[in-house]
Design a binder for this molecule. Sequence first.
Ligand code: 5AD
Ligand code: FES
Length: 373
Amino acid sequence: MTLLDDKTSHTVKISPSLDEIEAWLREEDPKKLTKLWHAADQTRKRYVGDDVHLRGLIEISNYCCRQCAYCGLRAGNTRLERYRLTEEEIMGCVQQAVRFGYGTVVLQSGEDYGIEREWLANIVRRIKTETPLAVTLSLGERPDEDLIAWREAGADRYLLRFETSDPELYRLIHPAGPHRREGNRIEILKFLRSLGYEIGSGVMVGIPGQTYQSLANDIDTFRALDLDMVGVGPYIGHPDTPLGARVEIRVVPRENQVPNTELMTYKVVALTRLVCPQANIPSTTALATLNRALGRELGLQRGANVVMPNLTPPQYRVKYEIYPAKVCIDETADQCHMCMRARIMRIGRSVGSGQGGRKRSEPMANNQGKTYT
Ligand code: 5AD
Ligand code: FES
């Protein structure tokens, strides 16, 4: 299968090895990178098609009991005014998702034990009985009993980024939490899958202390976990956090430190598509924050097939400040909806309908080791 029309030299492996992934992350030649974008885009088209799925994001609470060194929602950030949506407010956002024709709502929050197991299970049950929507949860490292109850209530998917596969860096940026399997997000993801959830994970690109080798290993871990969803975005420093205030966490030689740039994020999106060809991959808000004009579009053209328009009421949205200068802060849900649709149409893609769950079809049988040449 010839997907790249270049007879000269550089080929793009469909399923690159760990070393090849690292070499791509270090690649700076624009001509070669064009081939990577093309291979990712072709793989996206072959495996998941031209549809871009819209997931309506509802940021249900910004309370958090954890102290992640990079995140503006960390418990230690006393400058942040906290909120938690009521059931009625959440259901109002859900109704908007239905009106806009979305297939999924994503309920996201800090790790907030004010969100009680039964309270949330009831909301999930309501969404599943009153609407045709898929429900994705992104509520942190909750105890097994909560994850079980929410799955029984009908939740379809769970997102939990492992943030870095480097155990030392992970420990440095994630002080201990209340949960017994705490710290081992990979184990939690496996448990979620055993419950029947579709599982999503991901990392930040360019965290201080992140090396090329560890980022390559992150991407290899997406493949090993056979993730259904993978979200990656650039690390953006938040001044009210230790990492954002430049407290030195770990020193790595300059040449090994991954930059938190737009270009590096595209490389990670593209490589993620090559290692997880069937996965749902969003073009993230953090990426759009680095390039407001075209970040979403370029993400979609370099491997991504999902966007997450924000449904959170604007008065709360400003308070969900994981990192500063987030895009879509002042927009209403209607504005975000129209804007996303326009962006999708402008690049010649279609808006997906239905729940848009993980596809398991194999357009190319046994593609291991094949190359786009
Ligand atoms: N910059 C970019 N992304 C961040 N996240 C948290 N803090 C930041 C930051 N400062 C990401 C994490 C988390 C997701 C919800 O947001 O990867 O899992
Ligand atoms: Fe929200 Fe453009 S996607 S305003």
